[in-house]
Design a protein. Sequence first.
Length: 256
Amino acid sequence: MPTLDAFDLSGTVAVVTGGTRGIGRAIAAGFADAGADVVPTARTEAAVEDAVADVRDRGASSLVAPTDVTDERAVSDLFERVEDELGGVDAVVNNAGINPDAALGPPEDVDAEAFDFTADVNLGGAFDCARAAADSLAERGGTVVNVASVGGLVGLPRQHPYVASKHGLVGLTKSMALDWAPDVRVNALAPGYVRTDLTAELQENERLRQSIVDRTPMARFADPEEIAGPAVFLASDAASYVTGECLAVDGGWTAR
Ligand code: NDP
């Protein structure tokens, strides 16, 4: 196969959780541009409608299915609808993620419910989405791409629930890759600092922003679109021998 054809996702169907804003929105657009049919989902209906209109404009078939990834029943309904209306799923991009204020700070100050909630969204949501898609993925030789974080590779102070959930997601990626090989490939991405709503406070606080830029070899935050290419790569045949891997997309942040 000519090399560039291996990146082509034509004829495939992808579900992108948290696909309405930031990184997920850019990944959904990237998959559509690579030829896939794409279902971007999240909790807020109007935002889902907007993201679906975007991928349709890019030529993808899609469906509007707002879904909270912490709701197991809703997740299972989502994948049933994808099966019924789009024929199945080839790629699940587990991107929905949170880092709420109540989960920040030294361990002794972290709210216990915020710890559980962060784990439910970032880790439990990914586990449930992958499991709900398992039969279809296995039938179609599909893939899972989990959007972890540099916080899934190293420790970060004052972000204990987030870092624990993202380390868990990297571990889940490796263990699911083992169980589901050779039929389904399971990989993760570890973005560094990306310009999205999640990092709004870091971008607005000049001292924090500069310290991140100084610490990053590429000397800037990433744009969300810079995470889309690596996600398309991992889901495509160009990565046909890659499984159980976590690819850092961090401007060299973890190279130090
Ligand atoms: P944003 O806050 O910009 O977007 C988060 C998305 O997730 C939204 O679409 C949101 O929509 C959705 N979402 C949140 N909770 C749920 C839920 N329970 N069920 C379904 N969807 C949900 O985040 P980013 O784009 O910045 O982050 C995306 C992923 O990338 C996250 O996993 C994050 O941890 C990771 N990441 C981000 C980095 C960054 O610098 N921005 C760095 C490293 C990793 P709604 O609220 O309507 O549900």
